[in-house]
Ligand binder design. Structure first.
Ligand code: AMP
Length: 426
């Protein structure tokens, strides 16, 4: 226990961190480009927020939340997603009174007690955006276009946007009845979970992975058959914008997504070749959610993407963005006095923005030169007893092994002049 991390969690090790940094850089850059500002909400919220905001009958609320009581006996939950939190903050800080739309993005860990497997973890990271205050179909298209833009900048290929409209609450009510009527006769043949869903949330039956359930719902009516004129028009609008913007998509009338709060547009982005957990992002419109969470009737749309799955897909597609900044100067020193001088030079050079490592352990010169190579240093400064006496240092250029003796006085300026920005090996 002491030496293993909790199941479904990951350590992001130094060897992998540059892939994360690169991904996060692209995300923040694109968010800025599309006019989104970051919001950071707490990692835990009142349990009720997710019950209300995500929906009582969803898998997340029914079985995946990390819920606990704090010492004040309040029920709190580690956030399983961040839309509900963003909505809570939007209402709490009365952002609806500001100029609309309000465009927010977030980046951080989420927690779901799910069965871990490749691409599915109990603590994972999401980047997501929310646009509050507009129902315009062009915004739905823009949000989809933005997510595709991110994937493309990362170099990902073979992605499919799956698109659907899940209608407004009225369409969903009539669809619910249509679906229940269709499934009435075969109800007993559904899996146990779906029998339970039949009354509670029959649309979720379409999502079931059980083969029997999939077979039984193969010819079921789709939500598209139940869309009212208004929703139909909105859906056509989203498609028109996407066509104009050159974003390809595939209509999937069975796409319902797991969360209750979606209305109208629902979409999911699938990646080829990462197995069962193929969804690398998804989102949709949630026009009733803000009101449901105690705010005014403000429409909204958003999406979230899973960072681990993006990195997994990049790895599988052979996209390598690792960039480790190597050490520019290694300071080798022999003897106590030389080490002290090494420490002060290190400090001064770092002050000039130069990446420096030095020997801390009084190793032999041979071992220190080995270390300089291991660090992939561009230069090594060697401080020996003799050099100390003469107030000189040996500067070794690691690329060609050439060495020169230079005076200690002015060494910092000399090195700073040698190491120009262009020399910055990445
Ligand atoms: P959702 O909030 O369920 O719509 O998920 C949005 C995205 O987050 C998905 O497309 C995945 O990329 C990612 N995701 C969701 N659940 C997990 C999980 N348990 N582990 C890793 N990534 C996940």
């Amino acid at each position: 226990m002491l030496t293993t991390r909790p199941r479904g969690t990951n350590d992001i090790l130094p060897g992998e961190i540059s892939r994360w940094h690169h991904l996060e850089e692209v995300l923040r850059q694109v968010a800025g480009l599309y006019g989104f500002q970051e919001i950071r909400t707490p990692i835990f919220e009142h349990t009720e927020l997710f019950q209300r905001g995500v929906g009582e009958t969803t898998d997340i609320v029914e079985k995946e939340m990390y819920t606990f009581f704090d010492r004040g006996k309040r029920s709190l939950t580690l956030r399983p997603e961040a839309t509900a939190s963003a909505v809570r903050a939007f209402v709490e800080h009365k952002m609806y009174a500001e100029a609309q739309p309000v465009k927010l993005y977030y980046l951080g860990p989420m927690f779901r007690y799910d069965r871990p497997q490749a691409g599915r973890y109990r603590q994972f990271h999401q980047f997501g955006v929310e646009v509050f205050g507009t129902r315009e179909p062009g915004v739905d298209a823009e949000v989809i276009a933005m997510s595709m833009d991110i994937y493309q900048r990362l170099g990902l290929k073979n992605l499919t946007v799956e698109l659907n409209s899940v209608g407004c609450p009225a369409c969903r009510r009539s669809y619910r009845t249509m679906l229940q009527e269709f499934l009435e006769e075969s109800k007993e043949k559904l899996c146990g979970i779906c029998q339970d869903r039949f009354d509670k949330n029959p649309m979720r039956i379409l999502d079931c992975k059980n083969e029997k359930c999939q077979e039984l719902t193969k010819n079921a009516p789709t939500i598209n058959d139940a869309l009212c004129d208004d929703c139909r028009e909105h859906f056509a609008g989203v498609q028109e914008y996407l066509n104009k913007m050159g974003v390809e998509y595939r209509l999937n009338p069975r796409l319902v997504r797991g969360l209750d709060y979606y209305t109208l547009t629902a979409f999911e982005i699938m990646a080829e070749g990462i197995g069962a957990q193929a969804s690398i992002g998804g989102g949709g419109r949630y026009d009733g959610l803000i009101e449901q969470c105690g705010g005014p009737p403000v429409p909204g749309i958003g999406y979230a993407m899973g960072l681990e799955r993006i990195l997994l897909t990049m790895e599988q597609q052979g996209i390598d963005n690792t960039s480790t900044k190597s050490v520019q100067v290694y300071i080798a020193s022999l003897g106590e006095k030389a080490r002290l001088l090494g420490a002060s030079l290190t400090q001064e050079l770092r002050g000039k923005g130069i990446r420096v490592e030095r020997d801390y352990q009084d190793k032999s010169l041979k071992a220190q030169m080995k270390a300089a190579n291991r660090y992939n240093a561009s230069y090594t400064l060697i401080i020996g007893e003799e050099e100390l006496k003469n107030k000189e240092l040996v500067l070794r250029r690691m690329q060609d092994g050439s060495q020169e003796v230079i005076p200690l006085d002015g060494i910092i300026e000399y090195l700073a002049g040698e190491i120009k920005e262009g020399d910055d090996k990445r």
